[in-house]
Design a protein around this ligand. Structure first.
Ligand SMILES: Cc1ncc(COP(=O)(O)O)c(C=O)c1O
Length: 335
């Protein structure tokens, strides 16, 4: 990847003269089954561009509870795009609203009542990060999209990790974007590019998105250096299966040590612990990197974590349990 970056052909990407960036955007658009795609420095910028172009001030947008656009983007859907967020519960499974819930949420969306909000957009997320990398299968995706379209809503898919969903389900990424107007996908994260995401949609959408990216300060000059890295990253899609296997290995090992873990569907393992700060402290002391939030510890596997690294993590945790630093295993002992 570093070698490809060093030898990348470049041009001024703000003026659309960068050949490597063009190649990347065309390749990703095809993978996502959309006519066009635009590189952005981050998934967060890709999402806010999409929301800003779908919404007008005061429009309501629907998203699954805990969606990145609701909880992890500093409120940009409201602050910058002017939307009124509405969370849909996970009543069909982790990270997945049911068709009945969505049907109720879009009731009357086509009318513009005197007092009510206009509902204009449905945001789906696949995989759903805060649901532990949970996947939305194509048939459920299709049903949700159909309800939204029937009600006149646009559909945006936050597919930051759509590659993981595609590998886990054994379907091409484009099968998971069917019916959506716009899609975000990340080239960093599991695929391993140092920087970069895309937002994909119609040619007309991407033209407008390019202007908005410039407004947000996301236009880069010789972007081909970054696009070259992203092109290498796209060769890594199939290898995500190893991350998924490592996540399962970690979850199984944690469960054997007495941790309360969800069965991972992709590369994220969520563990519920009763004393998050102390558990995090112990993990740090053991040299194990993880994130915490909502009473849970989040472990993520990726291409820099090998099967033997997972075994090392489990050995260190077993040893910590043995020394009663973690007691009972899923709870760090106070003091
Ligand atoms: C579902 C989802 N969307 C968007 C993003 C934002 O991507 P970035 O960190 O590149 O801004 C993330 C980041 O973790 C994510 O999980």
């Amino acid at each position: 990847m570093r070698a490809a970056m060093a030898s990348a052909k470049v041009g001024d990407n703000v003026l659309e003269h960068d050949p490597t960036m063009r190649e990347l955007e065309e390749r990703v658009a095809e993978l996502l089954g959309k006519p066009a795609a635009l590189w952005t420095p981050s998934g967060t910028m890709a999402n806010v561009i999409a929301l800003s172009l779908h919404l007008q001030r005061g429009d309501r947008y629907l998203a699954t509870d805990g969606a990145h656009v609701l909880t992890d983007e500093q409120g940009s859907g409201a602050w910058l795009a002017g939307g009124m967020p509405h969370a849909l519960p996970w009543d069909a499974g982790p990270g997945r609203p049911s068709v009945a819930t969505l049907t109720r949420a879009v009731e009357g969306a086509g009318d513009v009542p005197y007092y009510g909000l206009r509902t204009r957009l449905l945001c789906l997320e696949n995989t759903h990060t805060n649901a532990g990398g949970a996947v939305v299968p194509p048939h459920e995706h299709a049903q949700l999209v159909a309800v939204a379209q029937e009600a006149g809503l646009a559909v945006h898919l936050d597919g930051a990790r759509v590659w993981n969903a595609s590998v886990a389900l054994g379907v091409p990424p484009a099968a998971l974007t069917v019916g959506t107007d716009t899609v975000t996908a990340c080239l960093s994260k599991g695929l391993g590019a140092p920087v970069g995401s895309v937002v994909a949609g119609s040619e007309e959408f991407v033209k407008r998105a390019r202007r908005m990216r410039q407004m947000l300060g996301g236009g880069v000059r010789q972007g081909g250096v970054l696009a070259a890295a992203a092109l290498c990253a796209l060769d890594n899609i199939d290898a995500l299966a190893m991350d998924h296997a490592n996540a399962r290995r970690l979850a199984t090992g944690l469960a054997e040590l007495g941790w309360e873990v969800d069965e991972p569907q992709t590369n994220i393992v969520l563990a519920r612990v009763s004393d998050v700060p102390n558990t995090m402290k112990v993990l740090t002391e053991l040299g194990i990197l993880a994130l915490s939030g909502g009473g849970r510890i989040r472990f993520v596997t990726h291409r820099d974590v090998s099967e033997s690294d997972i075994d090392t993590v489990l050995e260190r945790l077993a040893d910590a349990s043995h020394r009663r630093v973690l007691h009972p295993p899923h709870t760090a002992q106070a003091g």
